[in-house]
Design a protein around this ligand. Structure first.
Ligand code: ADP
Ligand code: MG
Length: 341
């Protein structure tokens, strides 16, 4: 019988983006976590995945739905998640995976319940995995950010994604403290939508709100200001109107959710055992995930907590890169053992 080399892959199944790391190759997929499905007399068919599906969000006819199957880091729609995972895995293994089904390591939010963990595993298994292992996201993020977490020394990572902010304090390769809050990129976008509606009487959508955040947004009160023109519908008349949105507007709109993140970071520092937190107070914390790129956030966190804070290099890739590193250190035996848990 020919010996088949089994493919090992690590997946960062994020609320906003899914990334896949293939052993020996690196990051081979980076796509929005979106799928478009057509239902025809009870039959469900995949119309588009990733970027193509994302461009259909909010613009589909009655028989097609473009959806984000994950919400707040957990599976909101099981069937859609399974179909999306299957599609992505096929893309990176060239569809030949039926003969040599991959071992899959999936990074999951720390607060995911046993039921949710099982759902993620089952989705991967139905997507064709040979064995599935799960790893806590902050551990993967810290590995991917190149923190030396295997030392007997405290280190801290804050991963701010689309749906959740995950905080981890680690030592000797494991979590000493972790917490998670459902305040992250999407909540900031919603806050911008609400602000523009309340303050300007104009309705905008999620994608426009995100664009405002990325273009002129800052969460630091002292940031240099810029502004941009946006188009939206006037709530009162329903007519299109132009409007200028500035850096201060975004700052004011997002004060509350940003404060929630600041308070969670402070609580984590207070909750960690003193010997570990003193390492963190000295060496600082690292931000990962797309939220690490929020203008002014590292500075804001370090001013609020008095602890040094910096964004990781390539923060959007940290979780999957860490997953990839863990994958290469995992022996097959461990894979089986972990997957049986
Ligand atoms: P997830 O792990 O939930 O899939 P990601 O780590 O991929 O999330 O981050 C996605 C979030 O990061 C989105 O809310 C997006 O708006 C935000 N984001 C991405 N790039 C930037 C940026 N340059 N500035 C601010 N926020 C960003
Ligand atoms: Mg993430």
């Amino acid at each position: 019988m020919p010996i088949l080399k089994r493919t090992n892959i690590a997946i960062d199944l994020g609320t906003a983006n899914t990334l896949i790391f293939k052993e020996g190759e690196g990051v081979v997929l980076n796509s929005p976590s979106v799928i478009a499905l057509r239902s025809d007399r009870g039959r469900i068919e995949v119309v588009a995945l990733g970027k193509a599906a994302e461009s259909m969000l909010g613009k589909t006819p009655a028989n097609i739905s473009a959806i984000r199957p994950l919400k707040d880091g957990v599976i909101a729609d099981f069937k859609a998640t399974e179909l999306m995972l299957t599609g992505f895995i096929k893309e990176v293994t060239g569809g030949r995976w039926l003969r040599s089904a991959p071992n899959i390591l999936i990074c999951v939010p720390v607060q995911a319940t046993q039921v949710e963990r099982r759902a993620i595993k089952e989705a991967a298994q139905s997507a064709g995995a040979k064995a599935v292992a799960l790893i806590d996201e902050p551990v993967a993020a810290a590995f991917g950010a190149n923190l030396d977490i295997d030392e007997p020394k405290g280190s801290m990572v804050v991963d701010i994604g689309g749906g959740t902010t995950e905080i981890g304090i680690l030592s000797l390769g494991g979590l000493v403290y972790s917490s998670s809050l459902k305040v992250a990129g999407n909540v900031l976008d919603d806050a911008i939508i609400n602000f523009i509606r309340r303050d300007r009487g104009i309705l905008i959508g999620e994608r426009q709100a995100e664009r405002i955040k990325l273009t002129v947004g800052s969460v630091h009160p002292g940031a240099s200001s810029s502004s941009m023109n946006i188009k939206g519908l006037e709530a009162a008349s329903g007519l299109p109107r132009n409007q200028v949105v500035s850096t201060e507007d975004v700052y004011n709109a997002t004060v509350e959710p940003v404060n929630a993140i600041l308070r969670a970071v402070s609580s984590a520092l207070e909750a960690a055992p003193p010997d570990i937190s003193s390492d963190v107070l000295r060496d600082g914390m690292v931000l990962t995930g797309g939220g690490a790129l929020l203008h002014g956030l590292p500075q804001r966190i370090s001013e609020f907590t008095g602890v040094p804070c910096r964004a990781a290099d390539d923060p959007l890739d940290c979780v999957v890169m860490g997953g990839g590193k863990i994958l290469s250190e995992m022996k097959m035996k461990n894979f089986q053992k972990v997957s049986e848990r």
